[in-house]
Design a protein around this ligand. Structure first.
Ligand SMILES: [Zn+2]
Ligand SMILES: [Zn+2]
Length: 231
């Protein structure tokens, strides 16, 4: 199948010529800084740092940084990055994540860990898109990245059809710490990286696993978040 964007040298969104995969005017238009809940990354009214849901029931991670809405044109770029083997798109996408992390301005973690893929999924795809983001982000920020610390040993059923409670039940126990290195997380500040945050159940369950291993502080970093209905 022909990719939907034009050859290199042109912006993947508007087709204009430039150095980058997405040109500066498109970034300004489609990636404006917006107010988000500091615990779950959903959009909030300007000046509001915590949404009602997180006020009532905070997630198991301490903060959440979201770079983009999972919407045009990022949904198409991320789908190509993830499902069509366009792993080189990690370079332009991670810059959005880095910008959001730097804008957030909180202390940086010691460890940057990707949300792991089940082995079968990893074998099919050939790479873990979250790791491609995590390792680039860690290198740019001077943190340590590790793909084999948090593991997902079992294949999970597809999550898309399930509601929130079913998703959580489905993922319970899905992640575990590598027994050889689990002690290295004790008392540590960890960032957990995922490409797309939908309901947040994946990051919640992965963060709960890190918490049980003694991680002192956990930040969730998502490249994109599905906007709440009506946003
Ligand atoms: Zn453009
Ligand atoms: Zn929230």
């Amino acid at each position: 199948m022909r990719p939907w964007w034009r050859p290199s040298g042109q912006c993947a969104v508007c087709g204009g010529w430039g150095r980058d995969t997405v040109c500066d005017p498109c970034l300004e238009r489609f990636a404006p800084p917006v107010a988000r809940c500091t615990r779950c990354g959903l959009r909030t009214p300007p000046g509001v740092t915590l949404c009602g849901a997180c006020l009532a029931e905070p997630p198991p991670f301490d903060t959440c940084v979201v770079a983009l809405d999972y919407a045009f044109p990022w949904d198409r770029l991320i789908a190509d990055f993830k499902f069509n083997g366009r792993v080189e798109l990690a370079a332009v996408l991670v810059r959005r994540l880095l910008q959001a992390v730097r804008r957030d301005g909180r202390p940086l973690p010691t460890w940057v860990l990707p949300v792991p893929l089940a082995p079968q999924r990893l074998a099919e795809r050939g790479y873990n898109q979250a790791w491609e983001l995590a390792r680039r982000a860690a290198r740019a920020l001077g943190c340590r990245a590790e793909a084999q610390l948090l593991l997902r040993p079992l294949p999970g059923p597809p999550q898309a059809e399930l509601n929130l409670a079913q998703r959580l039940r489905n993922l319970r126990g899905a992640y575990l710490l590598n027994p050889a290195s689990r002690r290295s997380l004790h008392g540590q500040h960890v960032a957990l990286v995922d490409d797309v945050m939908t309901t947040g159940t994946t990051l919640r369950e992965a963060a709960a696993t890190l918490r049980r291993a003694g991680a002192a502080r956990i930040d969730a970093w998502a490249l994109a978040r599905t906007p709440a209905p009506g946003d």
